[in-house]
Write a new protein. Structure first.
Length: 372
C-alpha cells in the first residue's frame, strides 16, 4: 500500500493494534476529547444504519462550509456499507488545535464499495462556538499539495507527482467536446486529484482497508465535481471518470447502472484500458463461462472487470444503431431490466433474445481480433 508512515495527523492500519486511553468515551467524561467523541457519536447515530445514503443529509454537527462546498459532504461516509458497526479507536489533538477521530467500521461481509469487512475512517473536529463540528480529511491532508489549473480543471497532485500538461490539456478539450456532443451544460469547475495509487486516493479521503489496491483505478463524485485518479498511466486524462462527471445532468431516477458505466467505458475505457482491450478480457471470460448472458450481466452479478466492458460493448451497439441520441436515451430507458429490455427492442426493432445474441457475438469478436 502506497502510504507514508503515520504522523500526528495521518494514522496507519498498524496504529489500530496499539493501546489507547479511552477515558473520553467513559460515561460522565469531561473535557475537549469527551466533547469531540460525543459529537462524533451523535453524528453517527443521526446517519445509522444508512451511512452512504446519509452522506449528503444536512447535519448541524458537520462543517457548514464543507456542506456548502460539497453536496455529498461526508466524503468517507459515502463509501461505508450500511449497517456497519462502528468503534471509535482514537480521539487525539493535532498540532493545529483540531482533533483527529479514528473510527473502524466492521461489516458482516465484503460486498461493499471498499471490498472489505473492516474499514477505518478518519475525520477531524474543529471548535465552533462552544461546541465542535466535524470535517473531512481531504482538505487537511492535501493542503500543501501542488496545484495547476488547466481550462476548468483544478489539478491537485501529491508531492513528487510528475505533471503532464499535454495530457491535462487533452482532458480539458475532452470535457468540452463531450458536453457539446451530448447537449449538456459545459463543466464550470472540477477538482482533480492526482495520486500514485488507489490506496493514496482512499487515504486522502480518510479511508483505509487492509487490501492493497495499487496504481490501477480511481473514483469520482460527480455531484461534488471531484475526480480522484490513482492510475498514473492515465493520470490527468481519466476519461472514464470525466465522462461520469460531465454527463451527470443526464442521470434520472430511471437511469440503470448500465447506462452511466456503459457510456463511461465506451468513451473512456476502464482500469487504464480502452474498450477494446477490456473487452478482450471479457471475451475470454465468456468463453470460459458459456452460461453467462447479457441478462446476468445486467443484474450486476459480476465485478467491474466484467460488468464495465459488458456495458461498454452494449453502449457501442446502441450508438451504432441510433447515434448520440440513442445513447442519451439509455439514461431514461428504465432503471429495471424489463423497462430497459423493452426500450432496446424498440430501438433495435429486434426481440431481446436476438439483441443479447448479437451482444455476445460482438464481445467474442474482440477476443478473436488482433491486439492493439
Amino acid at each position: 500500500m502506497t502510504q507514508r508512515p503515520g504522523t500526528a495527523s495521518e494514522p496507519t492500519i498498524a496504529d489500530q493494534g496499539r493501546p489507547h486511553s479511552r477515558q473520553w468515551s467513559e460515561p460522565g467524561a469531561h473535557g475537549a476529547e469527551a466533547e469531540v467523541y460525543q459529537t462524533w457519536v451523535r453524528y453517527l447515530q443521526s446517519k445509522a444504519p444508512y451511512y452512504s445514503m446519509g452522506a449528503w443529509k444536512p447535519s448541524p454537527l458537520w462543517s457548514a462550509s464543507e456542506q456548502q462546498r460539497w453536496p455529498v459532504y461526508d466524503l468517507a461516509g459515502f463509501y461505508l456499507p450500511d449497517s456497519a458497526a462502528p468503534e471509535v479507536l482514537e480521539v487525539q489533538r493535532t498540532v493545529g488545535g483540531e482533533y483527529r477521530i479514528v473510527n473502524i467500521f466492521r461489516s458482516p461481509n465484503d460486498n461493499n464499495m471498499m471490498r472489505s469487512r473492516s474499514i477505518t475512517v478518519t475525520v477531524f473536529a474543529q471548535r465552533a462556538g462552544k461546541g465542535w463540528v466535524l470535517g473531512n480529511a481531504l482538505p487537511r491532508l492535501t493542503r500543501s499539495w501542488r496545484r495547476e489549473k488547466v481550462g476548468q480543471i483544478n489539478y491537485i497532485m501529491e508531492p513528487g507527482y510528475s505533471f503532464d500538461s499535454g495530457r491535462a490539456q487533452r482532458a480539458a478539450t475532452f470535457v468540452d467536446s463531450l458536453a457539446a456532443a451530448f447537449g449538456v451544460p459545459r463543466l464550470e469547475q472540477l477538482d482533480y486529484y492526482l495520486t500514485s495509487s488507489v490506496d493514496q486516493v482512499y487515504r486522502i479521503l480518510g479511508l483505509q482497508v487492509d487490501t492493497v489496491w495499487g496504481p490501477g483505478g480511481g473514483v469520482a463524485q460527480p455531484r461534488d465535481r471531484q475526480l480522484f485518479s490513482g492510475t498514473p498511466a492515465v493520470g490527468e486524462d481519466y476519461r472514464h471518470e470525466l465522462t461520469h462527471i460531465v454527463l451527470l445532468p443526464l442521470w434520472t431516477p430511471r437511469t440503470s447502472v448500465l447506462a452511466p458505466e456503459g457510456v463511461a467505458t465506451w468513451l473512456g475505457g476502464t482500469a487504464g484500458m480502452d474498450l477494446r482491450t477490456a473487452s478482450r478480457g471479457l471475451a475470454t471470460f465468456l468463453t470460459d463461462h458459456p452460461e453467462v448472458t447479457l441478462d446476468s450481466m445486467m443484474a450486476r452479478r459480476f465485478p467491474a472487470a466484467q460488468f464495465y466492458p459488458a456495458a461498454g460493448v452494449f453502449t457501442l451497439m446502441v450508438f451504432e444503431r441510433g447515434g448520440t441520441d440513442a445513447v442519451k436515451g439509455l439514461f431514461t430507458a428504465g432503471a429495471d431490466a424489463p423497462s430497459l429490455r423493452a426500450a432496446m427492442e424498440r430501438l433495435f426493432n429486434l426481440p431481446w433474445a436476438s439483441i443479447a445474441d448479437e451482444w455476445r457475438r460482438r464481445v467474442l469478436a474482440f477476443g478473436s481480433g488482433p491486439p492493439n
